[in-house]
Design a protein around this ligand. Structure first.
Ligand code: PMP
Length: 396
């Protein structure tokens, strides 16, 4: 059979699209018996399996001609209206997307040219780095910690550079779990308003707060002062089901129109049946569902922190998340999280090494632990195994 050298046939940009080394590492975590803190997967016990089965059957029976037909690119009308009311905007300011992941790709498509500066936190969401990288931008990073991005560093960068947008996850950041306090949100907004910059606020974890209430989003704060430059992303992945791939972008109608045009070329529209199902599932008992999800993750985070407090040797630092799905850990300087990963896999426990979350390199001694997927026994046992792996590494 004739062979082809595909790499000479792909376009110039294809070289920028690569398998992430981390996803390759993560394949090892799927071995039976491995306790995995690696994936960012929501707790499967929270999925609305029965309601979804019932509602999907009803939709198909009663509105099958809509559910199975092509739909508008902007989204299924009733869901778009529901999201608009939930977020407090007009329907024309909402675009339903196929996961927030698609919104990230569309933003890259619409805003980035080869070499365009784009500003991210370090660390930041790997899927966003991957989505933007395909468009060949120049990544600018500012360090981020438990209270979000370092605003001094941000100010210094904005004196020198004019990024096409700032991509931020102000609440329960993936991977660091960081939460930007209200004051920091306001100060950041002042900085971007002064220069008329666009902020992409990724609020995938908006409902997963452990305290009494949610902090106002950058988007809400910007609206209060009449600034149109914040593009807000959120998703039903963490509060209903990630497999349905239903999420939304909220922005000024001009930005929504352009993103909608970009989406047309991408997938015409998000599957109508999935959108209708989400719309049905939020009609009944939604606030109660959110409370249950918060309570579940709060309890899991508590279990993991208690186990870490008991098991971790001195010199290992980790965050105490106030929401979301992750604990972020820093090993003593000089220790490599990838080396720990190899020890950990031998002990049948897995996590994600932090390095790939840093768009500009670094972070080799960091790692992310997700407490979302495991039950309490799994969490405790996994932390015990992790401590054992760490002690082995320290003894090497
Ligand atoms: N943004 C962040 C910060 C995430 O953590 C994730 C998923 N883990 C996404 C976006 C993608 O979410 P979706 O399932 O809506 O595509």
């Amino acid at each position: 059979m004739k062979t082809l050298d595909w790499n000479t046939l792909f376009g110039k940009g294809a070289g920028r699209i690569q398998a992430s080394t981390i996803r390759e590492l993560l394949k090892l975590t799927q071995r039976p018996g491995v306790i995995s803190f690696a994936g960012g997967l929501p707790a499967p016990e929270l999925f609305p399996k029965e309601e979804a089965a019932r509602k999907a059957a009803e939709i198909l029976k009663e509105k099958g001609e809509v559910a199975l037909q092509y739909g508008p690119t902007e989204g299924y009308g009733p869901l778009r209206t529901w999201v608009a009311e939930w977020i407090g905007v007009k329907p024309e300011e909402v675009l339903i997307t196929t996961g927030s992941q698609q919104a990230l790709d569309l933003l890259g498509k619409v805003f980035l040219d080869e070499g365009s500066p784009v500003l991210l936190e370090a660390p930041s969401y790997m899927g966003a780095i991957q989505a933007f990288r395909a468009y060949g931008p120049r990544f600018l990073t500012v360090p981020a910690g438990e209270e979000g991005p370092d605003l001094e560093a941000l100010e210094a960068t904005l004196k020198r550079e004019r990024p096409r947008f700032l991509y931020l996850i102000p609440s329960f950041q993936n991977p660091s779990g960081g939460l930007m306090p209200l004051r920091a949100r306001k100060r950041l907004l002042e900085m971007v308003m002064a220069q008329g910059l666009v902020v992409v606020e990724d609020d995938a974890y908006r409902e997963l707060y452990f305290g009494e209430s949610r902090l106002p989003s950058l988007f809400e704060l910007a609206r209060e002062v009449g600034y149109p430059g914040v593009i807000y992303l959120s998703s039903f992945s963490k509060i209903l089901s990630p497999g349905l791939r239903v999420a939304f972008a909220v922005a000024h109608p001009e930005a929504i129109t352009k993103l909608t045009q970009a989406k047309q070329g991408s997938d015409l529209h998000t599957p109508v049946l999935n959108q209708m199902l989400v719309h049905e599932l939020v009609q009944e008992g939604f606030p109660e569902r959110l409370s249950k999800i918060r309570a579940t993750y709060r309890a899991k985070a508590g279990t993991m922190l208690e186990a870490l407090d008991q098991e971790m040797p001195k010199g290992v630092r980790y965050t105490r998340p106030q929401g979301g799905m992750f604990v972020w850990m820093e090993l003593p300087q000089g220790l490599s999280a990838e080396a720990l990963f190899r020890q950990a896999i031998a002990q049948d426990v897995a996590f994600v090494p932090g390095g790939p979350f840093f768009a500009g390199g670094g972070g080799e001694n960091t790692l992310r632990l997700s407490y979302a997927t495991m039950g309490p026994e799994g969490i405790v046992e996994g932390v015990r195994r992790l401590a054992k792996a760490l002690k082995r590494l320290l003894a090497l």
